[in-house]
Design a protein around this ligand. Structure first.
Ligand code: URP
Ligand code: ZN
Ligand code: ZN
Ligand code: ZN
Length: 470
């Protein structure tokens, strides 16, 4: 099967040019001008005149199935990933919490077989996620690359819970990971500061959603970011800091980079376009949607994050997608914000929100958009250039994007499988019209036309970009 995409404006992380893309089966086999004239017979021609063609998005931070980490009930699972692909994301790197009584690799295998397969609509790689710190975990780190996992995440937040990794644990993970080219990701928040402030709030009867951000101040994030950076320095290991939100934490990243440390960071869509004002809403059900950790910040932080993306201080934008339902799960915290499960969905809106508020508003260029939404995440996670790039030999994961589209985000247009969308009603400029996954058209006219279960596991290679620079 040969498909030709002709007359599009091709955008990669490096350049923008008019041209055609020839696809044979799952791969890109030719890129150039006027391939239509020179090509042998093709089975399908897609005319991309007036459209942009960029690599399918790579979302390196998703929690589609967060079992065990968000309370007794689970998040919306992989059957809802059609929402992400309609939004232009064709690959995830999903966090795998340990299944009860299992190690890192068993949990990944279990997840593939019993949770993802037959349901997932996008290709996916996996991050190991330490949620049960015990000695066997440290030895398992060395076996991750053989299995195709090249990243591991630990939580510095949530002390007293089985999720929490203390400094000693983080240090050992960094050390073990470095020996085999695995990159350590951290959720950097000082859990002790947060616990103290939360207890104070609850004791004083301050239980409304806004106390979520008041008990998770920027200093709790910047302190943990700095400490993680120092531990990485001590272990001489690379480090990736997830979901960075504020000026103070960015300053720690800047200092680390100016000291030539291999430290990188991402932010998430909601930190770029939403502020903590959303938690001041007196309607609990409205405010609770926006309870995530770290907390939302101020307008000035949103601007600092955009600047950090543009300058290269931050390397990527992820969704931190977490399909926590409002009526089933968040409602548990109606009388106490500390009982609201943290997290929000957003995989389906990541590209649209970054385009609308970034490219269309002149904050970042088109090539930067591709870099932070697809190429860098693929490099960081050891799946580049198979994913995140338009090049000969890359998987034909492509978005044909209509930059003229003007509309409004509506849950009904691209449902995410739960009972709200934190971007509902927002302006949207441009949209993915057609999406190809490994050469197959799976989205047409912005509607899912693929099959549930079409996604496959992608083995990640060790020594991702955090080892040598992006
Ligand atoms: O609030 C969030 N971010 N929930 C998802 C889990 C995590 O900490 O990334
Ligand atoms: Zn040709
Ligand atoms: Zn986190
Ligand atoms: Zn997360």
């Amino acid at each position: 099967m040969k498909t030709l995409i002709k007359n599009g404006t091709i955008i990669t992380a490096y350049e923008e040019f008019e041209g055609d893309i020839l696809i044979e089966e799952e791969k890109i086999v030719d890129i150039g001008k006027d391939l239509a004239a020179s090509c042998v017979k093709v089975d399908k021609i897609i005319d991309a005149s007036g459209k942009l063609v960029f690599p399918g998005g790579v979302d390196q931070h998703t929690h589609y199935d967060a079992q065990g980490t968000v309370g007794d009930k689970n998040t919306a699972g992989y059957e809802t990933t059609d929402n992400a692909i309609v939004g232009g994301t064709t690959t995830f790197v999903e966090f795998v919490p340990q299944e009860e009584g299992m190690g890192l690799i068993d949990s990944a295998e279990y997840r593939k077989k019993h949770r993802a397969e037959g349901k997932i609509c996008v290709d996916y790689a996996l991050h190991a996620l330490v949620t049960d710190v015990k000695p066997a975990i440290f030895d398992e780190v060395e076996k991750l690359p053989e299995y195709g996992i090249s990243t591991i995440k630990v939580f510095m937040a949530y002390p007293g819970s089985y999720l929490h990794a203390d400094d000693g644990t983080l240090m050992r993970i960094l050390e073990k990971s470095k020996n085999v080219g695995v990159t350590t990701f951290v959720h950097a928040e000082n859990g002790e500061i947060i616990e103290f402030l939360r207890d104070e709030c609850v004791r004083s009867g301050n239980t409304a959603p806004k106390y979520h951000y008041l008990s998770r101040p920027p200093v709790s994030e910047s302190e943990a970011a700095r400490r993680a950076i120092y531990l990485a320095k001590a272990a001489a290991a690379p480090l990736f800091i997830v979901h960075m939100t504020c000026e103070e934490a960015l300053e720690e990243l800047r200092i680390a980079k100016s000291g030539r440390l291999n430290v990188y960071g991402e932010t998430c869509t909601h930190y770029l376009v939403t502020t903590k004002a959303a938690l001041d809403n007196p309607d609990f059900m409205e405010a609770a949607k926006y309870i995530c950790s770290p907390a939302l910040r101020d307008e000035k932080d949103c601007e600092a994050l955009w600047e950090a993306l543009d300058s290269g201080l931050l390397s990527a934008v992820s969704s931190d997608h977490c399909g926590i339902s409002l009526k089933e799960m968040k409602l548990a915290g109606k009388d106490d914000f500390t009982k609201v499960p943290n997290g929000a969905p957003g995989a389906g809106d990541r590209l649209n929100m970054v385009w609308t508020n970034g490219v269309a508003k002149g904050r970042i260029s088109k090539t930067k958009f591709v870099e932070i939404c697809a190429t860098n995440p693929a490099k960081i996670n050891g799946i580049y250039p198979r994913k995140g790039h338009i090049g000969i030999g890359s998987d034909a994961d492509l978005v044909i994007f209509d930059p003229q589209y003007k509309g409004v985000v509506r849950q009904r247009d691209n449902p995410n499988g739960i009972d709200y969308n934190i971007f509902e009603g927002r302006e949207q400029i441009g949209r993915p019209e057609t999406v190809l996954l490994r050469g197959k058209v799976v989205v047409e006219n912005a509607r899912f036309t693929g099959k549930k279960g079409q996604g496959t596991f992608i083995k990640a290679k060790p020594y991702g970009a955090c080892y040598r620079g992006l």
